[in-house]
Design a protein around this ligand. Structure first.
Ligand SMILES: *[C@@H]1O[C@H](CO)[C@@H](O)[C@H](O)[C@H]1NC(C)=O
Ligand SMILES: *[C@@H]1O[C@H](CO)[C@@H](O)[C@H](O)[C@H]1NC(C)=O
Ligand SMILES: *[C@@H]1O[C@H](CO)[C@@H](O)[C@H](O)[C@H]1NC(C)=O
Ligand SMILES: *[C@@H]1O[C@H](CO)[C@@H](O)[C@H](O)[C@H]1NC(C)=O
Ligand SMILES: *[C@@H]1O[C@H](CO)[C@@H](O)[C@H](O)[C@H]1NC(C)=O
Ligand SMILES: [Ca+2]
Length: 528
């Protein structure tokens, strides 16, 4: 196990110092006890814990070995990339290694030999953990920065992606967006996704190597240019909708869409000088622990908050078992300077022993009954302690009483059941003829048609006569010349009271006419 807290501290440009302890042992008038505070892990270099994926397959240079040139010296193409030679290989991990002074190690793509089809690459960084950015993302390009690229982020381990920032020499041409500089944003637009032209123009590949995602400039909107007024930043992070989340991600993806062109057009006769080369991706941030932990450690291949305040989970995102008297809440930076821990509470530790199993935050005293009872039980619970399920719900046998999933909807079929309630195993009460736990089936003696009706015919007891066939237990399809519910009557024609025609002849096919109205009429005709 690697304790990350010990790694950091030194030389971090933005050491937000507050909120670094979760609790302290204090002595008050009532004796010594713990006091709890909102707390968060220190910021650190997140590149040490990242997994990287480079796409498409075959985009990394060196297989087969390839020569390349530079924009500075396009006709001296003596450099070689060879994946099988450790000295000449440029695998993705070189974007995250520790470099010796002055010696850049870098990932490199193949050259643009397939021009004019685009030279594109995706570089995906995954942490399998929510992290909060605390400083700029800085990507270092050797041999020139891309003329078009974009940055995306995911908040759900790569299931969904959102644009984070667009970069182009010409934002209008590349993305049909007006160019903006992040430092020109205002307090209401600090979390806007912009297209910037600041990091894409040609300035000589040695001079301008960095592409930034500006976290500091955005913080500076609230904390001032030297980030001195962090109190204001923390206040805004708590109060401005979506602001905290804007700096949160589980994954980042760079889409490299067009390489550096050396400040001119693509020269088709020398495509060996067009490629991507990244020597470093610096991501500074902290584990997101919802202000319930000040340590984050690397365990079983992933980052994990060491949760305090009786919370648990990768991000301290829920209350520990038996600490769900109140529902879980994130800690808060407010009030300054120590914030609110919003700790989870043990059963019986709050509200004068009125246990609500975490389904309610409030209790109330009912005078005439002389009881304290939970108010507004959530999660479909009810009762003095929110210990029962609401009508129409039943107890989930495999869930603890303080589980959010403790009550499951009965889901009784509205037509087949008598009401929407069910017993402890989720079985509904069925109307006559209906069956199944949810009453959405019929007994074998019944057929379903907006409810269960007794079979008119079947293959055993209610056989269709005279060669008729039973249609879905609902009616007999009679051969011409026969009628009746079970085709047991010769066809009757003419006015009521007249004799039945013994000789079948051409007429409308009976099966087609067999609506229940006709059946009733026929029954009347036959004196039923
Ligand atoms: C990069 O990822 C996107 C999905 O967001 C995909 O559509 C695209 O084809 C990928 N590009 C390359 C070059 O793999
Ligand atoms: C991601 O982290 C979770 C929780 O720590 C772990 O269970 C899971 O195996 C990890 N997934 C991967 C792909 O590493
Ligand atoms: C968490 O629970 C322990 C008992 O297991 C208790 O000593 C501690 O004070 C609780 N912490 C908080 C913040 O409530
Ligand atoms: C019952 O509770 C368990 C444990 O919380 C949960 O995993 C499961 O999904 C619940 N079942 C249903 C049907 O909601
Ligand atoms: C619930 O109802 C079903 C169907 O009527 C029955 O089989 C089951 O025993 C009942 N369960 C309980 C706990 O009453
Ligand atoms: Ca490197």
């Amino acid at each position: 196990m690697l304790l990350l807290a010990s790694l950091l501290l030194h030389c971090l440009p933005l050491a937000m110092g507050d909120y670094d302890i979760c609790k302290s042992w204090v002595t008050t008038d009532e004796g010594p006890s713990w006091e709890f505070y909102a707390c968060q892990p220190k910021a650190m270099s997140m590149k040490d814990y990242v997994t990287v994926k480079v796409e498409p397959a075959g985009i990394t240079c060196g297989d087969p070995p390839e020569r390349f040139c530079t924009h500075e010296n396009p006709y001296l193409c003596s450099d070689e990339c060879d994946a099988s030679n450790p000295d000449l290989a440029h695998p993705p991990r070189l974007m995250f290694d520790k470099e010796d002074e002055g010696l850049a190690t870098y990932w490199q793509s193949v050259t643009w030999s397939r021009y004019p089809s685009p030279l594109e690459a995706n570089i995906t960084l995954s942490w399998n953990k929510s992290i909060e950015l605390t400083d700029d993302i800085v990507v270092t390009f050797e041999y020139g920065r891309p003329t078009i690229m974009m940055l995306e982020k995911s908040l759900d381990n790569g299931r969904t992606w959102h644009p984070y920032q667009y970069y182009a020499e010409d934002c209008m041409e590349a993305f049909n967006m007006p160019p903006r500089r992040v430092r020109d944003l205002s307090s209401t637009s600090a979390n806007r996704v912009v297209c910037t032209e600041e990091y894409s123009r040609w300035a000589g590949s040695k001079k301008e190597k960095h592409v930034r995602f500006e976290v500091r400039d955005r913080f500076a909107i609230f904390a001032g240019p030297d980030l001195r007024n962090l109190d204001n930043l923390y206040t805004r992070l708590e109060s401005a909708k979506g602001l905290k989340e804007f700096f949160t991600a589980t994954d980042l993806r760079m889409k490299l869409l067009r390489p550096a062109l050396g400040g001119t057009y693509v020269q088709r006769e020398n495509l060996y000088k067009y490629f991507y080369a990244i020597s470093n991706i610096e991501v500074t941030g902290r584990c997101k622990c919802n202000l319930h932990a000040n340590l984050c450690s690397y365990k079983e291949g992933g980052l994990q908050c060491e949760c305090e305040h009786n919370t648990t989970g990768q991000d301290c995102g829920k209350c520990k078992k038996n600490f769900r008297t109140r529902s879980w809440r994130a800690g808060s930076y407010l009030p300054l300077p120590n914030g609110s821990p919003n700790a989870c509470a043990a059963a019986g530790s709050a509200f004068g022993n009125c246990e609500c199993y975490g389904h309610s935050n409030r209790c109330s005293y009912i005078d005439f009954l002389n009881v304290v009872t939970c108010v507004s039980c959530k999660h479909n619970t009810r009762g003095q302690h929110c210990q029962h399920c609401r009508l129409g719900y039943y107890r989930n046998g495999s869930a603890e009483l303080d589980d959010e999933n403790v009550c499951i909807e009965c889901n009784c079929n509205q037509i087949g059941s008598i009401n929407d309630r069910c017993n402890e195993t989720g079985h509904c009460e069925c109307r006559e003829g209906a069956a199944g736990p949810k009453c959405d089936d019929c007994l074998p003696s019944h057929y379903w048609r907006q409810g269960c009706f007794p079979n008119v015919c079947d293959d055993e007891y209610l056989l269709c006569q005279n060669g008729g066939t039973c249609y879905q237990n609902q009616r007999c399809l009679c051969p011409s010349g026969y009628q009746g519910v079970l085709c047991d009557q010769p066809l009757c024609q003419g006015e009521e009271g007249q004799a039945c025609d013994p000789a079948p002849h051409a007429g409308p096919h009976l099966a087609a006419l067999l609506g229940s109205g006709l059946l009733l009429w026929l029954a009347g005709c036959l004196g039923y």
